[in-house]
Write a protein that binds this ligand. Structure first.
Ligand code: PLP
Length: 362
């Protein structure tokens, strides 16, 4: 099987698997040597992640998922504010989009260009409890103007960097955001989330319990998860510069071949190096996925959360893509396991697969 769904989950790295097994046994709350060792392992993982994301160790909060990190940040910053207005974008992942919708706040949305990039307008001119925008879109890979957004507002800013962390350099300090979310399984770690949260303004607690993780994410720490996430991020960051070049070259080769087959390409620069998001006119995305699967290729229509439902992606609709074309979406995402042979094999298989999907029709 050739795996082209790295944006959904990047396979667990060997360093992460080993780190997880070595740290999987003891409760870090224990007042004995084994408990202290477990606590020290979490502290060390926190320090590693802080140095890789350019923030302070105390700002790193381990969560159960990227979704939980987004929820704790958005709900927490909203609770910490007396204002009732939120600014967001129409291309957020459901982890952000649904959280924002359920706040009960007045929400103003940024406009989005045809290329899939957020456009900063008058939204930032009025006070807001928080502004939230993703670093990179999970479907198209488009990099968003998050630094410009932070510079243009006095409101706290939450950045969903789940697709970016581990793939392109991310500095929390330089970004200047209030909170940032990342997710281990997007860079070859386990399913562990990371919330980076400044000391002030800090998100108000949404979960209550034993006060772990600054009281923002209480619950017994997942020592093995934290240690394995740090190991995976360390390796991803070491390889990052070379991988960015290697993957962008493979992605460009793939997009070049797809263009010759008459697809519409949705991925536009600036973008992550491993995303190739297209629509195949006259074919349903789900048929393409099934035919690819039968030939040994794992791919996706885009947002994992709309898989199986065959709904047009809200990101593509916000970019002005017509609904039938949005239902023809195919997302191929490359990552650290992708080889040149995988891409060549896919390029060779695509003409027949696209033809078959178009014959099956809409
Ligand atoms: N935000 C973005 C941009 C994502 O791509 C994802 C996962 O696909 C999430 C948030 C949710 O992360 P998790 O799967 O760790 O809950």
């Amino acid at each position: 099987m050739s795996y082209f769904d790295h944006a959904a989950t990047s396979p667990l790295r060997e360093v992460a698997r080993e780190a997880w097994l070595a740290a999987s046994t003891f409760n870090p709350g224990g007042q004995y040597t084994l408990g202290r060792a477990a606590r020290a392992a979490v502290s060390s993982a926190r320090e590693t992640i802080a140095s890789l994301l350019d923030c302070e160790p105390i700002e790193v909060i381990f969560t159960a998922s990227g979704t939980e990190a987004d929820n704790l940040a958005i709900q927490g910053l909203y609770r910490a504010s007396s204002l009732d207005r939120v600014v967001s974008s129409p291309i957020e992942h459901p982890a952000v989009a649904e959280t924002v919708k359920n706040l009960g706040a007045t929400v103003d949305y940024f406009a989005v260009s045809e290329s899939g990039h957020v456009e900063i307008g008058a939204e930032l001119g009025s006070p807001a409890a928080l502004v939230t925008c993703m670093y990179a879109n999970n479907e198209t890979g488009a990099l968003q103007p998050v630094s410009e957004i932070v510079a243009a507002t006095d409101a706290p800013v939450h950045v969903d960097a789940v697709q970016a962390v581990g793939h392109i350099p991310v500095s929390f300090r330089q970004l200047g955001a209030t909170t940032l979310a990342a997710s281990g399984h997007k860079f070859g770690g386990p399913r562990v989330g990371i919330l980076v949260a400044r000391r002030s303004p800090a998100p108000a607690p949404v979960l209550f319990g034993g006060g772990q993780e600054r009281g923002i994410r209480p619950g017994t720490s997942d020592v093995a998860g934290a240690v394995a996430t740090a190991a995976a991020l360390e390796e991803a960051c070491q390889e990052m510069a070379a991988e960015q070049q290697r993957l962008a070259a493979l992605r460009d080769k793939l997009l070049g071949a797809l263009r010759l087959l008459g697809v519409r390409v949705h991925t536009a620069e600036p973008a992550l190096p491993g995303h190739a998001h297209v629509s195949v006119p006259g074919a349903v995305g789900d048929s393409l996925i099934m035919l690819l699967d039968m030939q040994g290729f794992a791919a996706s229509t885009g947002s994992a959360c709309s898989n199986g439902v065959n709904r047009a992606s809200s990101t593509l609709l916000a970019m002005g893509v017509p609904e039938d074309l949005a239902r023809s979406a195919l997302r191929l995402t490359l990552g650290y396991t992708t080889t040149g042979e995988d891409v060549d094999r896919l390029i060779a298989a695509l003409p027949r697969i696209i033809e078959q999907a178009q014959v099956a029709g809409m």
